[in-house]
Design a protein around this ligand. Sequence first.
Ligand code: ATP
Length: 624
Amino acid sequence: MTSNQDAIVGGDIDSSVDAEIADCLDLSSPRSFFLFAGAGSGKTRSLVTALEHIQKHLSNRLKKKGQRVGVITYTNAASDEIKRRLLFDPLIDVRTIHSFAWSLIEGLNHDIREWLRTELSTDIKILRAEEERGRKGTKASATRLSKIESKTKRLQNLDKVKRFVYSPIGDNRGRDALNHAEVLQLTSYFLKAKPAMQSILVGRYPILLIDESQDTNKNLIDALFAVEAAQKGKFVLGLIGDMMQRIYSDGKDGLGKELPSNWATPGKKLNYRCPKRIVTLINKVRSSADTQQQEPRSDAIEGVVRLFILPSGTSDKATTERAIARSMSKVTGDEKWNEPKAIKTLTLEHRMAASRMGFLDIFVPLYEVESWRTSFLEGTLPVSRFFTEEVYPLIRAKQSGDRFAIANITKAFSPLLTAEALRAAEDKQRHLQKVSAAIDELMTLWKDGADPTLLQVLRCIGQSNLLAIPDRLRMYGSSDQCLEKIMSSDEESESDRQTEQAVAIENFLKAPFSQIEPFANYIAGRAHFDTHQGVKGLEFDRVMVIMDDEEARGFLFKYEDLFGGKATGDKTVEGTRRLFYVTCSRAKQSLALVAYTGSPDRVRRFVLQQEWFSEDEVVTEIPS
Ligand SMILES: Nc1ncnc2c1ncn2[C@@H]1O[C@H](COP(=O)(O)OP(=O)(O)OP(=O)(O)O)[C@@H](O)[C@H]1O
């Protein structure tokens, strides 16, 4: 954005905010601040402006003392974006909350062990008491007993752990590993209880800024307030966020209600992102939650909003949504609504995106293994990563005749091309031909337009040893016996199955390979689909929001409740209202809302009566 363009926004009612924040960042007289404002009001932009101010004016002073500025963002993607905007300046340490917390406590092995000892003993005591009171032989009792067993085992092993380990993006399953919740609890506890820990934090980061702080773990927020109070004059805590965009249950209820009187509380009124019509809509949606209302920028376009209310039983939803996009193109005059990739489509749940993008068969089996979910969605689970990062790029390179890419992939992943394998080969030329023949053999699986299963692909690779197969897949890639077992697994009784994970892998391997491409695009964030929650902080020209409680099968968010099913103030209604506010406020030009519902008439009556939409903006039939 050039300064000229900024000037168009002109007579900017929020122009003093960045200067007010810059004043707070005075290291001789530091002042904490709370910048809470509506969607698209430029909070992230103000954060970057504040960091640029620090780079320009405080860099020398901070470097002399070996200090840095800490920035906590909600996602890895947001961290990367801020780092990029600040040209990867090492002065600014941008991290997610888990990475930040771990950076403070890593290596404090003795303290961690003692904390765990107390926690585990207390948990076991509570579980035992519950078990004594509760009914025996029930599922709840079995869960309690298994928890008691695993916690007791962990307690007994504690002294054997020399070094606790943790990965902010992993599943942390090992004996020495801490889980995500423990790392946050530990950090909060240490910061509250240990003055030395507070001094370490403030000594390292005299300025700590937290974006999306409405969703930052409440215990950690409380601990940081305690640090701020104890370290006055040495520390700036800057909280940035919007309570109307609190969509995770981890955040602190009522954050900002009892701020210390010396905090600065700059406010922003303008929405720089959304067209006029969308600003009016989100103001209406917000009006029953608080009194904050926004104004559009003076040069904002009018914009278009449509709400499509359709019965839950609508048969082919993907086709229906394509018809809706076509009708959006007509009402907006924007041809791009006819290009699926130019529309951001938001589903409440990953499964809904998987079904619309055509990768349900590979998705569901692995997604259902709870302990794998994080790494699976992040694309780091070895079982799926093998296909998305090694096999699929190799097949694509071969299909497009990209010899350079083929060479790179095989060099990086093929056991046949390691330095050792090449040294051991008697005739190098023949050895390389063998690799090439293995690739050709693999490609025959796609002959005449065939779409092999993942299992067929894996077995072919296993036979030639073309790629190194991850441990969990190895047995499926080599044994005939296993193949039979896999293929007949439908008939086997549940009790014959080894574990939940083995069953998941078997079902995953039955899926067609063609589903890998859309899946790989989805998890890499390259797809035009995302979840309602996943787009927090982002913006798109055209947004389609799919609301379908029946398909989402969730319990935290219920659009049926928001649209008149339950009264204002109900916890689910308010949570869903906030999510609705987040999704609607992502659109820069036009917005199509698609509500599948069991009571179309009630939803229509509700939105008209609330004046969220006008009659001509509500459509109750599938557009032709
Ligand atoms: N002062 C400004 N002048 C012009 N454009 C601005 C200004 N501030 C923000 N913008 C633009 O408005 C959009 C929204 O800004 P930003 O993402 O910083 O808002 P936000 O408050 O963090 O939004 P949200 O809470 O919805 O994630 C961006 O495209 C940004 O470049």
